[in-house]
Design a protein around this ligand. Structure first.
Ligand SMILES: C[S@@+](CC[C@H](N)C(=O)[O-])C[C@H]1O[C@@H](n2cnc3c(N)ncnc32)[C@H](O)[C@@H]1O
Length: 434
């Protein structure tokens, strides 16, 4: 399996990436695109199915863009992710001698997400994007990624929208009112925040929908109506009305409390995020004098390490996340944490970073890049913990750190996104003695 989700097949040694394949399948596929060193294809007939195949649980599997790997038995998904990390480190990072730990899978590979964003579509449709399409939606009757009450909420909201004939937004024409439905849950607290995002201020039935959902779900923590008049598809808002309860939920992660608003970035799999915290704490080892957390978001790792450090500093580009990180520090009675809203590419200019002995970084999918790696090498912390959600950008970044004198001590893959090809990885590096 490749990072991206396709099966890797070979015809006389020539690599062909095949949609919906499984390791060990023997299949007939039609070529869709042929390049110099590889081709892409779609399956026509499975001649001999792989033993790793299983019956997809969800009736929407296939057209729905939410999951690509439900046809793989979960143990096979874990093996494939382990192999993807290993391959990436070897081929893109030049690291073939590293000690890889076995991937950490969750207790339950279903119902794991704490936040989902669904889209409305004309005709009272509500669901996730059709695979590979930005302009089509699969009308979902169920979904196994978030807790079971999500499917109930989807049905209730869809019925309400159809009964009141409320126009849904068309991303092609930019006409229509309803854009997104966001459901956020505190998995440790049971709290529930529901938000409807509209294109304009004219949502006469907003209060009625809030009352209906509050009646059906007495545990509802908050209902928010948010407005996003921008043309882009991202869930963004220019203003909001709180029509029930409060506009945030509280979540707990390994003893720490976090306050999460509608748009606050937070690790989407709370149970596995707790295990990430455990791994990061274990890899951090002895008490550090100063921990620098780059791309800190709402402070998850900085706050988790604060009790064993002299002080911690977090750097993150989104000001709202930095405000949330400061609030979370106060909420947890943590007084040795400082947070700065800044671009990590200029982190050397942030005051007080010079004496860092433990550096943690958790960049977005694109990775941190050579410039940031160079700055880390100049800062020369004793230990680095690199948390990555993309092994293909992790590997070249590690190559830079190794060239600058760091040694990879441990690699821990961890599955935060069962039923998809995504894989998280935590790497511990140490600076060789000067
Ligand atoms: C994968 S998230 C990590 C969040 C955090 N570690 C956590 O666990 O909640 C990546 C974060 O990097 C931030 N980010 C992206 N580019 C950045 C940059 N150039 N400088 C600083 N932060 C950036 C994003 O806003 C996002 O919060």
């Amino acid at each position: 399996m490749s990072y991206g989700g396709r099966g890797v097949g070979r015809v006389d040694g020539f690599v062909v990436f095949v949609d919906d394949a499984a390791p060990g399948d023997r299949l007939r596929a039609r070529l869709r695109k042929v390049k110099r060193s590889f081709a892409e294809a779609e399956p026509v007939r499975i001649e001999e199915p792989s033993a790793d195949r299983t019956v997809p649980r969800c009736p929407h599997f296939g057209p729905c863009g939410g999951c690509l790997w439900q046809h793989l038995d979960y143990a096979a998904q874990l093996r494939a992710k382990q192999a993807i990390v290993e391959e990436s480190l070897r081929h893109l990072g030049g690291l073939d001698q590293v000690a890889m730990r076995p991937i950490l899978g969750p207790e339950d590979p279903w119902y794991y997400r704490n936040k989902m964003e669904f889209s409305f579509h004309p005709g009272g449709r509500l669901g996730l994007h059709r695979r590979g399409r930005w302009d089509e939606i699969v009308d979902l009757s169920t979904c196994f990624l978030q807790s079971p009450r999500t499917a109930e909420i989807l049905t209730e909201v869809r019925e309400f929208v159809r009964a009141h004939d409320i126009p849904c937004y068309d991303p092609k024409t930019h006409q229509g009112l309803l854009r997104h439905l966001v459901i956020r849950e505190g998995r440790a607290t049971g709290e529930l925040l529901i938000a409807v995002v509209t294109a304009s201020e004219h949502f006469a039935q907003a209060r009625a929908l809030a009352s209906l959902l509050a009646a059906r779900h007495p545990e509802l923590t908050g209902f928010v109506w948010a407005i996003n008049p921008a043309k882009g598809d991202a869930v963004d808002v220019s203003g909001f009305h709180v029509l029930h309860g409060r506009p945030y939920i509280v979540e707990r992660l390994r003893g720490l409390t976090f306050k999460l608003g509608l748009l606050t970035f937070f690790q989407t799999n709370s149970a596995q995020a707790e295990r990430m915290v455990d791994v990061v704490r274990e890899m951090a080892g002895d008490a550090a004098q100063h921990v620098l957390d780059l791309y800190c978001g709402v402070g998850t790792f900085a706050l988790a390490l604060a009790s064993s450090a002299g002080r911690v500093t977090g750097i993150e580009v989104v000001p709202a996340s930095i405000e949330a990180a400061r609030e979370n520090a106060a909420l947890n009675g943590i007084t040795n944490a400082t947070f700065h809203a800044a671009d990590v590419r200029r982190f050397e200019q942030v005051p007080g970073v010079e004496d860092t002995d433990l550096l943690v970084l958790d960049p977005p999918r694109a990775g941190a890049g050579a410039r940031v790696m160079g700055a880390i090498a100049r800062l020369a912390p004793r230990r680095v913990i690199y948390i990555s959600c993309n092994p293909t950008t992790l590997a070249p970044d590690l190559r830079e750190l190794v060239a600058a004198g760091y040694a990879v001590r441990a690699v821990q893959p961890i599955d935060l996104f069962p039923q998809t090809y995504h894989v998280e990885c935590i790497v511990q590096l140490e600076r060789a003695a000067p």
